[in-house]
Ligand binder design. Structure first.
Ligand code: MGD
Ligand code: MGD
Ligand code: SF4
Ligand code: MO
Length: 684
C-alpha cells in the first residue's frame, strides 16, 4: 500500500501545539507521526506520546458507537444503540429538565481535551442559545492568568526563540522536560552560548536535573522568594532606576515596601538558605539578558496569582525587558485575538445566566448552595473533552454527585473514562485526525489550521456535529449550527483579519509574532498609563481581589502544615500522560509504572519507610495508598505525586484528587492542586 504524508496539528492540552506530519496509510489508518520542522519553536520535535499516536487512535478500546447505560450508575454496563436513539434520549432529558427545573438546571461541561477552538468551545453556542448554566473554566489558568495580567496587563511576553541570546534563563514553577519539551531545545541553545540555567521548583524534577542552580523552595512560598530577591536587587544596586522611573507605577514605594523582606525573612518561609537566595539575586542582577519563563505550576495554590505577580516583577526591577534575550514569558495567549463570536454564539449570550465554577463540580452536584450561586440544582450534565471524575478536586464529592439517581448525564468521549462510566448515554467522539479545526498556542506565536487526515473510526462524530444535531432536536437555532466546522473556521479567520484556511495550511501556520519593541513592552505595558504595576488593581481581576495584599509579599492563606498534617502535597504532571489522557495507552502506563509519592530521604527514614513500601497519605477529605519513593533535594515537608492516574490505578480505588480541596484561589477562583497539607503513615 502506498502511504502519503499529510499535515496536521496536535490538539492536546499542551502549550506547544505542534505542527505534525502524519503518515496516511489508507482512508482509515495512520502510520508514523512526526513533528514538522517548519515551526521555529517546535523545530520538528514532538513528545513520545504523540509520536506513538497510532496506538491511541487505533486503540482496541476506543469508543466507536453510542451506548446507553443498562446497569447501575458507574457499573460500566452499557448497550449499543443508534445515534438517533442516543440523541433523542439526550434531547428528551434536557427538555424535561428545562421544563421542570428551568434552563439553568442543565450544565454543559467541557474543557481542553481538544484545544481546537470549534470543537472545544462550540458547546457554548448551544448553551447561549438555550440559556443553560455557564461554566467558568478554572482547572488551569484562572490563577496564573490574572497573576500575570496584574503586572503586565496582557498575556504575552518575550519570544522563547530569543533564549539563544540570553545570559541567564530562569525556569520558575514549570517542569519543561515533562510538560513542554520544546522549551528545553531553546534553553539548551542558550546554555551552549554561555547562559546559566536556574530552576525554582519544590522538587528535583527532570528540568532541575539540567540546572546550574536549583532552588527547592517550599510550595506556595514563591512570593517570599521573589520579594527577597528584589530586596537584594534594590539594596545592592542592581535595580535599573531609569527603567523603573519610565516604565513602572510606584518604584519608590515598592523599594520601601521591600526593605523588611530580607533573605533571612524569606529563608524562614521558603526553607531555602539566605545565602542561596542572595546568590540567586546576585546572579539575576549581574546578568543583563535574563529570560524568566514562568509556569502554571507555581500558581496552583490559594495565593498562586499573588505569587505569579510577585515573580513577574523581577524583570521590571532590573529592566531586563529592554534587551533581546531578556524579559519574561507566561504565555502568548493574547496574541491571536480571534473573533470567536460565531464559534461560541456570543451574539446571543445572556450575561445574567449564572456561571458555575468547574473545579467545584463536586460541591455543585452535591447541592452546595454557595457553589450553585443560589440557582437551581444541576439536574443534567452534557460533557465533552474532560474527565472530571479523575481530574477535578475533591474526587469523593464528585463521585457522590455523579451517583445521584436524579442526575441525567451524557458524556461524549473517545474512551470509556471514569466519567463516561458514570453516564446514562455515552457518545463516541472523533480524534483530531478525523476532524477540522483552528488552533492557537500559548508557548509560541503561530496560528494554525488542520483538516482531517482520515475518516472517523466506527460511528464516531465530532463535537461540532453532535452539538449541531442535538441543537436541531432541541429546537435551538443559530447560524453556527448550519455550517460545517471548516466553514466556521474560514469565517472566523476572515472576521479576525487573518489569511484563509488554504494559505495558513500552505505556510504551516500564520506567524503572529510582534516587533521587538512591542513584544518587550518598550512602547508601554498594557495598562492605560503604559506602566508595569507593582501595586495591581486586584479587585479588577476578580471578585475575591479585595482582600489581597497590595504589594508582592508572602500571603499566608495556603493550607499550611500543622501538628497533625506535617507535609505539603503537590501533584504535578507526569511526562507520559497528558492530564488524564494517555493513561489508556499501554506504553505510557509502562513508562509511568504506578502512582508514587516522592518523599525526602530523611523523612523516609524517620517514618521507617524503604523504597517500594506503601505509604498512606491523608487529610480531612480522605486518604490514598501509594508506593513510597525516596527523593533528594526537596524540603522535608514536601511530598510529590506526579501524574493524574485513574482512581482505579490506586490500591483502594481512590486517586490523588481525593485529597485536593475544591476551595477556590484568589482573585478569580482557580483549582489549588498544589496546596494541600497532609499526614503520612507507613502502611505495614
Ligand atoms: N507530559 C505532560 N505535559 C503536559 C501536561 C501533562 O499532564 N503531562 N499537562 C498540560 C497542561 S493541562 C498544562 S496546564 C501545562 C502546565 O501544567 P502545570 O501543571 O502547570 O505544569 P508545569 O507548568 O510544568 O508546572 C509544574 C511544576 O510546578 C512545580 N510547582 C508546584 N508547586 C509549586 C510552587 O508552589 N512553586 C514553584 N516554584 N513550583 C511549583 C511542580 O513541582 C512542577 O515541577 O502542561 C501541559 N503539558
Ligand atoms: N491532581 C491534579 N489534578 C489536575 C491537574 C494537576 O496538575 N494535578 N491539572 C489540572 C489541569 S491544568 C487540567 S487542564 C485538567 C485537565 O483534565 P482533563 O480536562 O480531563 O484533560 P484531558 O485529559 O486533556 O482531556 C479529557 C478528555 O477529553 C477527551 N477528548 C479529547 N479530544 C476530544 C474531542 O475532540 N471530543 C471529545 N468529546 N472528547 C475529547 C479525551 O479522551 C480525554 O478523556 O486536569 C486538572 N487536574
Ligand atoms: S502533546 Fe504537546 S509536545 Fe506532544 S505533540 Fe502535542 S503539542 Fe507537541
Ligand atoms: Mo491545564
Amino acid at each position: 500500500m502506498c502511504s502519503e504524508i499529510v499535515k496536521s496539528v496536535c490538539p492536546h492540552d499542551c502549550p506547544s501545539v505542534c505542527p505534525l506530519e502524519v503518515e496516511r496509510l489508507g482512508p482509515k489508518r495512520i502510520g508514523k507521526v512526526k513533528g514538522s520542522p517548519a515551526n521555529a519553536f517546535t523545530a520538528g520535535i514532538i513528545c513520545g506520546k504523540v509520536a506513538r499516536y497510532s496506538e491511541r487512535i487505533h486503540h482496541g478500546q476506543r469508543l466507536l458507537y453510542p451506548m446507553k447505560r443498562v446497569g447501575k450508575k458507574g457499573s460500566d454496563n452499557f448497550k449499543r444503540i443508534t445515534w438517533d436513539e442516543a440523541l433523542e434520549t439526550v434531547a428528551k432529558n434536557l427538555l424535561r429538565v428545562e421544563r421542570e427545573h428551568g434552563a439553568e438546571a442543565v450544565w454543559p461541561f467541557y474543557y481542553a481535551g481538544t484545544m481546537g477552538h470549534v470543537m472545544r468551545d462550540g458547546i457554548n453556542r448551544l448553551r447561549h442559545v438555550k440559556g443553560y448554566s455557564g461554566m467558568q473554566g478554572t482547572y488551569c489558568t484562572a490563577l496564573s492568568g490574572p497573576g500575570w495580567e496584574a503586572g503586565c496587563g496582557t498575556k504575552r511576553g518575550s519570544d522563547v526563540l530569543e533564549m539563544e541570546k540570553s545570559d541567564l534563563i530562569v525556569i520558575w514553577g514549570l517542569n519543561a522536560v515533562s510538560s513542554q519539551i520544546h522549551l528545553m531545545t531553546h534553553v539548551i541553545k542558550g546554555i551552549r552560548n554561555g547562559a546559566k540555567l536556574v530552576v525554582v521548583d519544590p522538587y528535583q524534577n527532570k528540568t532541575a536535573d539540567k540546572a546550574h542552580l536549583h532552588l527547592p523552595l517550599r510550595p506556595g512560598t514563591d512570593g517570599a522568594l521573589a520579594c527577597a530577591v528584589m530586596h537584594v536587587l534594590f539594596e545592592e544596586g542592581y535595580a535599573d532606576k531609569a527603567y523603573l522611573e519610565k516604565y513602572t507605577d510606584l518604584p519608590k514605594e515598592f523599594e520601601e515596601h521591600l526593605k523588611t523582606k530580607t533573605p533571612e525573612w524569606a529563608s524562614e518561609i521558603t526553607g531555602l538558605a539566605a545565602h542561596t537566595i542572595e546568590a540567586f539575586a546576585r546572579l539575576y542582577g549581574s546578568s543583563k539578558k535574563t529570560f524568566l519563563r514562568v509556569g502554571h505550576g507555581m500558581t496552583r495554590s490559594r495565593n498562586g496569582a499573588h505569587n505569579m505577580h510577585a515573580v513577574s516583577c523581577l524583570p521590571a526591577v532590573t529592566g531586563a525587558w529592554q534587551y533581546e534575550g531578556g524579559g519574561a514569558l507566561y504565555g502568548q495567549g493574547d496574541l491571536a485575538q480571534l473573533d470567536t463570536t460565531l464559534i461560541e454564539g456570543k451574539d446571543v449570550k445572556n450575561p445574567d445566566v449564572r456561571m458555575l465554577d468547574q473545579s467545584r463540580i463536586g460541591e455543585i452536584l452535591t447541592g452546595h448552595e454557595g457553589a450553585l450561586k443560589g440557582g437551581p440544582e444541576v439536574k443534567a450534565l452534557f460533557i465533552q473533552n474532560t474527565n472530571p471524575v479523575a481530574v477535578a478536586p475533591d474526587s469523593s464529592a464528585v463521585r457522590k454527585g455523579f451517583m445521584r439517581d436524579d442526575l441525567f448525564v451524557c458524556v461524549h468521549e473517545q474512551f470509556m473514562t471514569e466519567t463516561a462510566k458514570m453516564a446514562d448515554i455515552v457518545l463516541p467522539a472523533t480524534m483530531f485526525l478525523e476532524h477540522d479545526d483552528i488552533y492557537t498556542a500559548s508557548a509560541h506565536c503561530t496560528l494554525q489550521v488542520a483538516k482531517s487526515v482520515i475518516s472517523p473510526a466506527g460511528a464516531c462524530k465530532s463535537n461540532h456535529q453532535v452539538i449541531c444535531e442535538l441543537a436541531k432536536k432541541l429546537g435551538a437555532q443559530h447560524k453556527g449550527f448550519d455550517l460545517s466546522a471548516l466553514a466556521i473556521v474560514e469565517e472566523t479567520l476572515k472576521k479576525s483579519g487573518y489569511p484563509n484556511v488554504a494559505d495558513i495550511i500552505a505556510t504551516t501556520g500564520h506567524d503572529l509574532s510582534l516587533p521587538f519593541e512591542e513584544a518587550h513592552f518598550l512602547n508601554g505595558f498594557a495598562h492605560p498609563d503604559g506602566k508595569f504595576r507593582f501595586k495591581p488593581d486586584w479587585s479588577s481581576l476578580g471578585p475575591r481581589g479585595e482582600t489581597m495584599p497590595e504589594f508582592p509579599d508572602h500571603w499566608d492563606v495556603i493550607d499550611e502544615v500543622d501538628k497533625e498534617k506535617q507535609f505539603r502535597l503537590i501533584t504535578p504532571p507526569s511526562q507520559n500522560f497528558l492530564n488524564s489522557s494517555f493513561s489508556e495507552t499501554k506504553t505510557s502506563r509502562i513508562k509511568e509504572r504506578c502512582p508514587e509519592a516522592l518523599i525526602n530521604q530523611r523523612v523516609m527514614r524517620k517514618l521507617g519507610l524503604v523504597e517500594g513500601d506503601l505509604v498512606r497519605v491523608g487529610n480531612e477529605l480522605g486518604s490514598v495508598l501509594l508506593n513510597a519513593v525516596s527523593a533528594k533535594n526537596q524540603h522535608e515537608d514536601t511530598v510529590v505525586v506526579e501524574g493524574i492516574w485513574p482512581n482505579s490505578s490506586f490500591l483502594e480505588g481512590r486517586g490523588i484528587n481525593t485529597l485536593v480541596s475544591s476551595e477556590p484561589g484568589y482573585p478569580n477562583n482557580g483549582a489549588v492542586f498544589h496546596d494541600t497539607a497532609v499526614w503520612l503513615r507507613a502502611h505495614k
